[in-house]
Design a protein around this ligand. Sequence first.
Ligand code: PLP
Length: 419
Amino acid sequence: MDHFTLRDGVLHAEDVPLPAIAEAVGTPVYVYSRATIERHATVFREALAPLDDPHIAFAVKANPNLAVLRVLARQGYGADVVSGGELIRALAAGMKPADIVFSGVGKTHAELEQGLREDIGQFNVESEEEGYELAAIARRAGRAARCALRVNPDVDARTHEKISTGKSENKFGVPLDRATAIYTALAQEDGLDMRGIAVHIGSQLASLEPLEAAFAKVGALIGELRGAGCKVTHADLGGGLGVPYRAGEALPAPAEYGAMVARVTKDWNVRLMFEPGRVIAGNAGVLLTRVVRVKRGLTHPFLVVDAAMNDLARPALYGAWHDFEAVEPSGERMTAHIVGPICETGDTFAMDRECDALGAGHLAVFRTAGAYGATMASSYNSRGFVAEVLVDGDRFAVVADRIAPSAIMDAERMPDWLA
Ligand SMILES: *Cc1c(COP(=O)(O)O)cnc(C)c1O
């Protein structure tokens, strides 16, 4: 459920008509709904109610906007970060260091030091090499880094190949059959406090079965580790729950996920941790865009909008579907190719899409753009960085300025020898 609804024929975000935002901020612009973010955070937390004191860390990469993170911090969410930049953001937004988990297969020496310095809650170590490096850094600082070992359960998440992370050929985690040896070895290291196992098999999962298969393997591993004399007090089950991108699409509900987790983990005797991203932010945002012009096409017209693949990369990157709707629908329909202005055929949001009839100057939205939207923006074609707005009831605020092409150019330098 979200708070983007038609009222008197005009699409609103909560109580704000979207044309008012377009007027004030221009287009394209991401619009997030605070009530929707909070609702999703609550639904997910309530879905985990059968568990004893779960730790929930929002996957910052899904939407790293500071205001969005602040809303989630106030909901008691921690953060799952995958870079030093995300760590800075989580702290700036008010997330407690103890509630921050640091994931990622390529944490640099400097990032490991940064995490230790900030005394974050947990490092999800993705290789034995990383474990030894972190141990050395921690010893030098006279500290012990709290760690989980991320395992690769070799489970097919049945999602898009570019966002599948739990197959043995993927770069993430350590193979299950080596996990006990690696965990035991790292647990001997001064400087490491090995306390758990982490797993995350992919994103936009449409079924709970792969998750359950992965969790079952983690359960068996925990038993094996304890049998080998290791301490295991935490298990981080990652994120990955999918969201509907098409109206009416059915996906596992958070409550079904929570019930499955409770059933599979009932004898684990650990504190469970979660890293939801998309399921919290996805349907809490839209990308508001204006039709530049309607161009005649061979079979159908091209609706050329002012948003492009640099603003919303998912269709170009994953062939992803985003529902597309007029802000003030007339009731008429059309079939069109929906494209951006970028000089690349990949800059196509949809081909042969049946949608609301639109003409030059009309406003429209791409729905479900709150996760993996603005955060993936680039300045390709020397376009600026898209602005972001957060709505709260009948008020709204710009929570990320549009960055003009000239501002990006200001960071470039002409060498003396070309002056
Ligand atoms: C991306 C990611 C997540 C979040 O995935 P969603 O599908 O957005 O829930 C969680 N954990 C890790 C380690 C990730 O890389």
